[in-house]
Ligand binder design. Structure first.
Ligand SMILES: [Zn+2]
Length: 171
């Protein structure tokens, strides 16, 4: 999810909100962050996937304050990593629900030029722009993938496999 303004989370179903892997903020003007409470309410105790939030420099401090604006005594699960994207590195803190999100546990900085995140399916690049302060522009690139036309394969008498056994050993 990119930015979380008012009304943005309500455009999604609860299950879609709970399936968001990464939340990326460009900057923290109120119109970009005022829906965050809804997002956090859905996901704060989530353990079935990692919880990551990304944003411009000082995201660690701003979002840590945001987490501390609530009572946390309903559950103890949930680990969050907040990433501040700076010019040549990403600074990360870890927040634990078991610590009432009160401690910003520092994690190792990652030095990065452009790509801040790489998964099996995509990469995310970040660049700092100026919008009365640093604002992050993100670029998502899906990795190439191959789709097979199963009916065409079976018409040809082939089975889905990276190498047809008939040709195995010939390459
Ligand atoms: Zn703005």
């Amino acid at each position: 999810m990119f930015d979380c303004g008012e009304g943005c989370p309500s455009e999604l179903s609860i299950s879609e909100l709970c399936a968001v892997d990464h939340l990326f903020f460009s900057h923290f003007h109120a119109d970009h962050v005022s829906g965050f409470d809804t997002f956090l309410r859905c996901n704060y105790g989530r353990t079935d996937r990692p919880n990551h939030i990304w944003g411009p420099p000082n995201s660690c401090e701003i979002l840590h304050h945001r987490f501390q604006g609530f009572w946390w005594n309903l559950a103890e699960t949930g680990t969050w990593r907040i990433h501040s994207i700076e010019q040549d590195r990403v600074r990360t803190i870890r927040l634990e629900n078991s610590e009432l999100f009160s401690i910003g546990n520092p994690e190792e900085d990652s030095e990065c030029q452009t790509i801040i995140l790489e998964t099996d399916a995509y990469t995310v690049e970040a660049m700092l722009l100026n919008h009365r302060g640093p604002s992050v522009a993100y670029l998502v690139k899906e990795k190439p993938r191959f789709n097979m036309n199963m009916s065409r394969l079976s018409e040809l008498g082939l089975k889905p496999s990276s190498v047809d056994p008939q040709f195995e050993g010939e390459q």
